[in-house]
Design a protein around this ligand. Structure first.
Ligand code: HEC
Ligand code: HEC
Length: 184
């Protein structure tokens, strides 16, 4: 009895320490996803990937001015098309951001309010991401003009928190390690 109690005393702090380590260190695949997540949830991306009927703008992600709405195909309504104002490049004079075929991501690709786990699942769900497999997700990250725009957003707009190359690298690592999602 005495010896067991002694053993317990000895083991308790050890067990506590090891579970604390397990809580802190995420699996490498999940850690890679965190970098991807930091970009996806940045306002430059979120402003087009909303779950409401309109795009948002600025770092505060407020509703787009002029009562702009997504319209039937994400390109606005007949009287208020995105490309009436948003040209293929940023327009310095009017401070209007631009990239080719500027339009909103469809509702199924809306990320507003998703938890990290929900965002992770949505990103790899072909039913929600436009039927994209891993390789096509990477291709999209590497070369899509609307994704690339986020790193040269014009005006005083901030860019996502990691360099584009680091973002692509993290996404590749995440997929290579089986695209695991965080809990919660
Ligand atoms: C009447 C002109 C006009 C129309 C139409 C318009 N926009 Fe904009 N949009 C602007 C201007 C100007 C800004 C810059 C606002 C600012 O940053 O102060 C802007 C900013 C944005 C931003 C914010 C960029 C950022 O990250 O801060 C997004 C996203 C956006 N527009 C998407 C759209 C989409 C999608 C459509 C069509 C459904 C659209 N806009 C239609 C003029 C327009
Ligand atoms: C101007 C609006 C706009 C901006 C800014 C934008 N996107 Fe998108 N995004 C779209 C549209 C539109 C689609 C749908 C394209 C398609 O399916 O052909 C899309 C699709 C996607 C998809 C595929 C769908 C999915 O859920 O997996 C991903 C991933 C994505 N965007 C990531 C990003 C990232 C990361 C950023 C910021 C670095 C970003 N987007 C910025 C409009 C935008």
């Amino acid at each position: 009895m005495m010896r067991l109690a002694f053993l317990g005393l000895l083991l308790a702090p050890l067990l506590a320490a090891s579970s604390a380590v397990a809580d802190k260190a995420e699996a490498p695949g999940v850690a890679a996803f965190r970098t991807v997540q930091a970009v996806l949830t940045h306002p430059r991306c979120m402003n087009c990937h909303t779950t409401v009927n309109w795009p948002t703008q600025g770092d505060a992600q407020v509703r787009h001015t002029f009562n702009v709405v997504r319209g039937p195909d994400g390109r606005g309504t007949a009287g208020m098309k995105c490309t009436t104002c948003h040209l293929a490049t940023n327009q310095a004079a009017g401070n209007v951001p631009g990239a080719p075929d500027w339009h909103m991501a469809p509702l199924s690709m809306g990320w507003t309010g998703l938890s990290p786990a929900q965002l992770c699942k949505a990103l790899k769900d072909p039913a929600r991401n436009g039927g994209r497999t891993g390789a096509r997700i990477i291709a999209h990250f590497k070369a899509d003009p609307l994704v690339l725009w986020a790193w040269t957003p014009g005006g005083k707009r901030s860019a996502p928190p990691v360099l584009h190359a680091k973002f692509v690298e993290a996404a590749e690592t995440w997929l290579r390690l089986g695209a695991p999602c965080p809990e919660g």
